[in-house]
Design a protein around this ligand. Structure first.
Ligand code: C2E
Ligand code: MG
Ligand code: MG
Length: 622
């Protein structure tokens, strides 16, 4: 392309009668325009100026072709031509000058470009032009904003080169001025699009980061306390999925507007991701108004949103980061506000302030995620089985599959630590499928035991989960009756309708469903009735308290009664002592699971336990 243009330029020069004598013969309009275009784009600028300038200079003296040539100059976008002496003082300006700059040529002749255009020379043009003329060099990127007589401000680009007299002595500079107002406007628009979010008109992530970077570069006065807020709409993807992208966009616009209303004039607001907003408050001393702001934001965003024909409620989490005087990296500041959000989510707080040490924790989490990925790929995870004892028969009737990760450096890592990491990164989906497959394979070695597998809410939400279960059962030849899936109460509240649908499909496959950790959450009786559970697992915290309470067993009794009322089996978790076991038996609990009945153990060991029990039962000694 570049080569082509330069070749065209040379060809134009030859066709026009040669470059040296500056005599163009017949004008060749399209080529002439092309040359100017080359000059504008800076390609072969020197060559084009030579042709252009000679032509315009001739035009000034040759009246017959002047109008014709000027028309071409105007057509090609060039405004006027100019010439200076060796000291940079203007000695010649063609007619277009007055129209473009708003000064009569006579007022400018004898003065330098710096004097004529002054402040209008867009930084660093002043230096460029002064140095180029003093150094007798060509220049092409000098931009000047001018306000001509019509009052419409424009941007000109000056392109110049040194001129030489006979014997090669330097005689001054000459060049053209081109109106690049449209280009500048387009550039500004592009810059705007680059830094702004189309949907809300707020700054986008790039814009926010640039602004924050500039803020950090400027440093911080003693009496300032800039604070960065990140406002994250909970499960925003869910809004899009449930109501459609148009409704999602609508909500985002409304959120942006509500944030705008809550913010101060001096705050900067942006949208940095799907449902993630940025607010920078430059002066947040004293700190109270910030808390007031977060309260107002929360309240405002809690109000229902109107999407056509529906009213929708959302919740949000807000992370705060107080910018420190030595902060330099905008991304680090942003990450810290986001880390505060994660911590808030974990601790059940909607607003959280970043504190030292939190990012260390976030880094640890990221490392854990990487190592977990490697452990899955390297098959370094294992399942342990914890038996469930039927109190009436005294037989082991089931076993819960519990994930075990033996880390090469850190030893045993609890699933309570790595499952939440896997849930956050989506790793839990392949992880659960591995658990399911492994548990089904092991179940064939575990006699008549019904194997329970824990599920995460993310599993139930993954679209092909039911198919994956069906396929695993078929591939491993597992009797569906021997597989139980444990879900926690949180799942029920997430998205009731689709969860119910998935659970019903699973039930149709012939599986059993247990509600895990009952008593720790907020599942009301309504949920218990609505969902197709087979078993209620009473959380170990209830079992633990039952032993100490004055009314030992009252809670246990009512939970067991509730389970039976609903036709469910009651299983007590975390049973550690004989007393607890007896209390549970007295209260009519069906099953117990806990260290007293058996620790989690590898499948082979579990098999030994089952075999021994079968042998004992055969000899009549339980
Ligand atoms: P959970 O499903 O309620 O599992 C019972 C937990 O209680 C297990 O902890 C078990 O080792 C522990 N436990 C059993 N008996 C006793 C006892 O007598 N006393 C005490 N103090 N603890 C007892 P673990 O294996 O650390 O698992 C913790 C949680 O991690 C599980 O709670 C479950 O929510 C999750 N988890 C474990 N494996 C998986 C898995 O494969 N997938 C998913 N999604 N979650 C899993
Ligand atoms: Mg469980
Ligand atoms: Mg449990």
């Amino acid at each position: 392309m570049v080569g082509g243009l330069v070749a065209a330029c040379l060809w134009a020069g030859f066709a026009a009668g040669g470059l040296d004598n500056g005599d163009f013969g017949q004008p060749a309009s399209p080529l002439f325009a092309l040359l100017v275009a080359i000059a504008i784009s800076g390609l072969g600028g020197t060559l084009a100026i030579g042709l252009f300038w000679h032509r315009a200079r001739r035009m000034a003296g040759v009246a017959s072709s002047a109008e014709e040539l000027l028309e071409e100059v105007a057509h090609a976008g060039a405004e006027f031509v100019w010439e200076t002496d060796t000291a940079g003082r203007l000695t010649f300006l063609s007619d277009g000058f007055e129209r473009s700059v708003g000064l009569a040529p006579a007022e400018a002749i004898g003065r330098t470009w710096l004097e004529v255009l002054g402040q209008g020379l867009v930084d660093p043009a002043q230096r460029t032009i002064a140095m180029a003329i003093a150094g007798r060099r060509s220049f092409r990127d000098v931009e000047a904003s001018v306000v001509p007589a019509d009052g419409q401000s424009r941007t000109l680009r000056l392109i110049g080169q040194p001129k030489h007299g006979g014997g090669g002595s330097f005689t001054g500079s000459r060049g053209v001025a081109v109106d690049i107002s449209d280009i500048v406007k387009a550039r500004e628009r592009l810059g705007f699009v680059d830094r702004h979010d189309e949907l809300t008109g707020l700054l986008n992530r790039v814009g926010c980061m640039r602004l924050l970077a500039a803020r950090l570069r400027r440093g911080r006065r003693q009496d300032e306390q800039p604070v960065l807020l990140v406002i994250d709409i909970d499960r925003f993807r869910g809004v899009n999925e449930a109501f459609g992208a148009a409704a999602g966009d609508n909500v985002i616009r409304q959120v942006a507007e509500r944030i705008r209303v809550c913010a101060r004039e001096s705050d900067t607001i942006g949208r940095i991701g799907g449902g993630e907003f940025f607010l920078l408050r430059p002066h947040a001393l004293p700190f109270d108004p910030i808390l007031d702001l977060t309260r107002r934001l929360e309240q405002s965003l809690e109000e229902p949103f109107s999407v056509p024909e529906e009213s929708l409620r959302i919740t949000c989490h807000i992370g705060l980061y107080e910018i420190a005087p030595d902060d330099r990296e905008p991304e680090v500041c942003l990450r810290r506000a986001q880390v505060a959000i994660s911590r808030g989510r974990r601790d059940g707080r909607s607003t959280h302030l970043f504190m030292d040490g939190m990012d260390l924790e976030a880094r640890t989490m990221r490392r854990l995620e990487e190592e977990l990925r490697e452990a899955i790929a390297g098959n370094r995870l294992a399942l342990a089985y914890q038996p469930q004892l039927a109190l009436r028969s005294g037989r082991f009737v089931g076993a819960e599959a519990l994930l075990r990760w033996h880390h090469h450096d850190h030893g045993f890592i609890s699933p309570t630590r790595f499952i939440p990491v896997a849930e956050r990164t989506g790793l839990v989906v392949p992880l659960s499928r591995w658990v399911l497959r492994q548990a089904c394979q092991d179940s064939r070695r575990l006699g008549d035991l019904c194997i329970s597998v824990n599920l995460s809410p993310i599993d139930l939400a993954s679209p092909d989960f039911v198919d994956a279960v069906r396929e695993t059962l078929a591939r491993t030849g597992t009797d569906p009756d021997r597989l139980e899936l444990e879900i926690t109460e949180g799942v029920l509240i997430e998205d009731t309708e689709s969860t119910l649908d998935v659970l019903l499909q699973l039930k149709r496959l012939g599986l059993r469903i247990a509600l895990d950790d009952f008593g720790t959450g907020y599942a009301g009786l309504g949920y218990l009735q609505m969902f197709p559970f087979d078993k209620l697992k009473i959380d170990q915290s209830i079992i633990r308290r039952s032993g100490r309470s004055r009314h030992a067993g009252a809670i246990v009794r009512s939970v067991v009664a509730l389970a039976h009322e609903l036709g469910l089996a009651a299983c007590a978790e975390g049973v550690e002592s004989r007393e607890q076991l007896e209390l549970l038996r007295d209260e009519g609990c069906d099953l117990v699971q806990g260290f007293y009945a058996g620790q989690p153990m590898p499948a082979a060991q579990m098999r030994g336990v089952v075999d021994r029990q079968t042998a004992l039962l055969a000899t009549g000694q339980t």
